[in-house]
Design a binder for this molecule. Structure first.
Ligand SMILES: Cc1cc2nc3c(=O)[nH]c(=O)nc-3n(C[C@H](O)[C@H](O)[C@H](O)COP(=O)(O)OP(=O)(O)OC[C@H]3O[C@@H](n4cnc5c(N)ncnc54)[C@H](O)[C@@H]3O)c2cc1C
Ligand code: SF4
Length: 503
């Protein structure tokens, strides 16, 4: 069907930037569905961010926008001749395709088109769909950080330079432990009367028993408008990007933000086009303001990882999210599901749950190596965990979950995306963070009162999945280590007794 400029553009709540419109005067339909929040228990700050972003966009567009506040989408879209950009979930895509007189346009807001990704994926035949290969192809096609045919800086990958443990506490170096990296604070938005109204509405809905939320309310931390998103990009690129790559994989108990961009929320709300962020990053590198390792690290996340997980959501098919290759069937315990950080003694897990409770966000290593790792070790159901990640994070969307949670963090696809499970013991957390020092557990201890639940959980996980992992040469050494453990019997018994209790 050809595109008609006369059609009103229906914008979903994650299509809020100017690149989802075709002209400066195109009429718009925005829908705020109360039922979307009533059906599931989202983080309070996520509900706030999404509503604030939709309402800010409606206010910006003024008379040419019709904002419908309804129970269900279906209540708002009848009687219109609409066009809509390809939605970001299978359910929404089926819904818009089933409506009469709605024109569905190709997806926007990603750097690689669906056709380009399909061509790349089909060309790989039986080979694994490696992120690294997708990323290099995208860099070449888009001409990002390229010097002719060669990657800028002479290498495609600066991960090796970007995996440093956090800097040690050094007296005199920093006055403030919450900023041990010495990096500029992130950009923070200033709330306005729209946020005030959102907060009142959410309080009222909760009081009326219509909805209930996870986590705590708090100042809005993420951009909800285009102008705010541009300020956030500018601040990140000019003040924080130079420190981005180096400590990307490190964690600090007193500094959840470190040098991360905090751009996932505005990117996933569609307020920013990924390529504009990438161009800003490349300009900073070309202008000599940031090292190649930092620029490459950021570009890799945005046109590499982000696009890769978006395309895998579609490419891996509708059955993929239900995969459960390791037959993990336990339900998430309430202390974890409800972000009850105070119930937990293990300092890393308690700290990460508290950050998530307070902000609806932690960076990728706490997601993967603390929350995901713990769930993997304990055999929690991957689909339940996926739903929880979706609801608990301000930047959580269905399409982001599939590769990140089902594939990467839970190995529920049996190794389609990753070569081995992201299971690790306390030694990893101890190396990459400052959590372990004051923790009541010891990362090196496997059995006893001070046995680290991550270390013991790691060996118990390997033991449980010996046969599943037997053919995987990347874990062969660890499986041999398992055979040498003299205290494996008591360790397994100890972890069985721990059960679903908070560690
Ligand atoms: C178990 C798990 C769950 C995750 N859930 C989400 C989620 O719900 N939403 C989400 O946007 N990201 C998710 N991620 C990816 C990543 O953790 C977040 O994008 C990142 O922490 C957001 O913070 P930031 O904007 O400061 O990111 P930075 O560290 O500054 O990275 C820059 C940008 O790269 C993109 N990016 C990097 N890695 C990924 C990735 N693996 N998938 C998608 N985008 C990526 C994001 O847009 C991010 O803003 C998840 C990762 C894991 C391991
Ligand atoms: S000792 Fe174990 S539980 Fe405690 S902080 Fe370290 S890794 Fe976490």
């Amino acid at each position: 069907m050809s595109q008609s400029p006369a059609r009103r553009r229906w914008l979903f709540g994650d299509q809020l930037g100017p690149h989802f419109l075709d002209s400066a005067d195109q009429p718009v339909l925005l829908v705020e569905s109360r039922r979307a929040f009533a059906r599931r228990r989202f983080h309070r700050q996520k509900a706030h961010l999404v509503l604030s972003a939709i309402r800010h966009r409606a206010a910006e567009l003024g008379d040419r926008c019709e904002l419908r506040q309804v129970q269900r989408y279906a209540d708002a879209v009848g009687g219109h001749s609409l066009s809509v950009c390809h939605p970001t979930t299978r359910g929404a895509l089926a819904f818009v395709r089933g409506l009469p007189d709605v024109e569905v346009l190709p997806a926007r807001g990603f750097a690689t088109s669906m056709d380009d990704f399909t061509t790349w994926a089909d060309g790989r035949a039986a080979r694994r769909l490696l992120m690294e290969d997708h990323y290099r192809t995208a860099r070449q096609r888009l001409g990002v950080l390229m010097d002719g045919d060669e990657p800028a800086g002479g290498r495609w990958n600066f991960d090796h330079d970007n995996r440093e443990p956090p800097p040690k506490r050094r007296s005199g170096r920093v006055a403030d432990e919450s900023n041990r990296l010495g990096v500029s604070e992130p950009w923070w938005p200033v709330e306005d009367e729209i946020d005030e109204q959102v907060r009142e509405d959410l309080d009222r809905w909760e009081r009326d028993g219509d909805v209930s939320f996870l986590g705590r309310d708090g100042p809005r931390r993420f951009a909800a408008t285009r102008d705010e998103a541009l300020l956030a990009v500018d601040h990140f690129v000019t003040r924080r990007l130079p420190d981005f790559g180096r400590y990307e994989d490190a964690m600090l108990a007193d500094d959840p933000w470190m040098a991360h961009s905090l751009l996932s929320a505005p990117l996933n709300l569609g307020l920013l086009d990924p390529m504009e962020v990438v161009h800003r990053v490349e300009d900073a590198y070309r202008g000599g303001a940031v090292p190649i390792s930092a620029a490459e690290g950021a570009v890799r996340q945005i046109i590499g990882w982000r696009d890769y997980v978006w395309h895998l959501y579609w490419h891996l098919g509708p059955e993929y999210p239900a995969r459960n290759a390791l037959r993990a069937r336990r339900s998430l315990p309430a202390w974890f599901a409800d972000l009850d950080a105070d119930a937990v003694q293990a300092r890393c897990l308690s700290g990460v749950l508290a950050d998530l409770r307070d902000h609806g966000w932690v960076h990728h290593i706490p997601r993967l190596m603390v929350l995901g790792n713990y769930a993997l070790q304990r055999g929690w159901h991957p689909a339940e965990l996926t739903d929880w990640f979706h609801r608990a994070f301000v930047d959580g969307y269905e399409w982001v979950m599939v590769a990140n949670v089902v594939g990467m963090s839970q190995y529920a696809d049996g190794g389609r995306i990753t070569t081995k499970p992201y299971a690790a013991g306390g030694a990893y957390i101890n190396r990459m963070s400052d959590y372990c020092g004051p923790c009541p557990y010891r990362p090196t201890v496997r059995v006893g009162d001070d046995a680290c639940p991550f270390t013991a959980g790691y060996w118990a996980f390997l033991d449980r999945h010996r046969s599943d992992l037997a053919g995987n040469h990347r874990v062969a050494q660890q499986l041999r280590g398992l055979d040498r453990l003299a205290d494996l019997g008591p360790l397994i018994e100890q972890e069985r007794a721990r059960g679903a209790g908070a560690p």
